[in-house]
Design a protein around this ligand. Sequence first.
Ligand code: ZN
Length: 275
Amino acid sequence: MSLMPYRQKCPHEYIGSDGYLIDSHCHLDLEPLKSGLPHILQEAYAAGVHGFVVPGVHPEGWPRISALAVEHSRIMPAFGIHPMHAESMNDQVCDHLLKCAVQGVAIGETGLDPAYEVSLVAQERAFREQLRMAVTCGLPVLIHCRRAFQRVAAILREERAHQVGGIMHAFSGSPEMAREFVRLGFAISISGTVTWNNAVKPLRIAREVPLEHLVLETDAPDMTPQRYRGVFNRPAWIMETAQRVAEIRGIPLEDVARITTDNVRRILRLASGSA
Ligand SMILES: [Zn+2]
């Protein structure tokens, strides 16, 4: 089996011309997005969102994500085991992940989250396993981390993850921690929480992290922006986040869109200039 990552041989045209956005983290394979997908995608295109990174969370979902990526050229698959499902990692799953991973643009989402009732020993084992695979395959990593930033940074260092880099998804840490992850080769992702009325840390991230290290995401169907709270989130609403970042930094929306999209292309090593 060839280990050449999918993105290097992928015929798909992911991204529109400058000014279009990529949702760097959305669960289009999960309900309620899955059953309304044609409409969800149309709505996203109309809003200028032309690329969608869909991360895996559990082995059972990987075939569904593969099928979506085959059906829709702008869906970029990633494969991984979420910390909440860390206990599903074993040798067999690891072999399966390797087969899937090389068809994706990244490995993930993986990481650490003490809020889940899954032992941190199991979470750390699954996380390290996935980081090693990413380094072996030359694939970037999508990281889920809440309240375990120091530990995650230490593990990234130990596993030499700077060789592949990746994205700190829906980052909820401090600007100081963000700088540490940037030094480790990771981009910092801002989600719809930056639009929430009670947002504090995301505002600091949006203001203080250099734009060349920021990417945007919805984490749909979760983290709905303030204006639509109470309804499930969808990729079109990444515009709310882009707009808020533009306001906070006092720069044009077009600059936020162009630079964060270029950042996703760079981090995930996507073909550029297509479509
Ligand atoms: Zn997610």
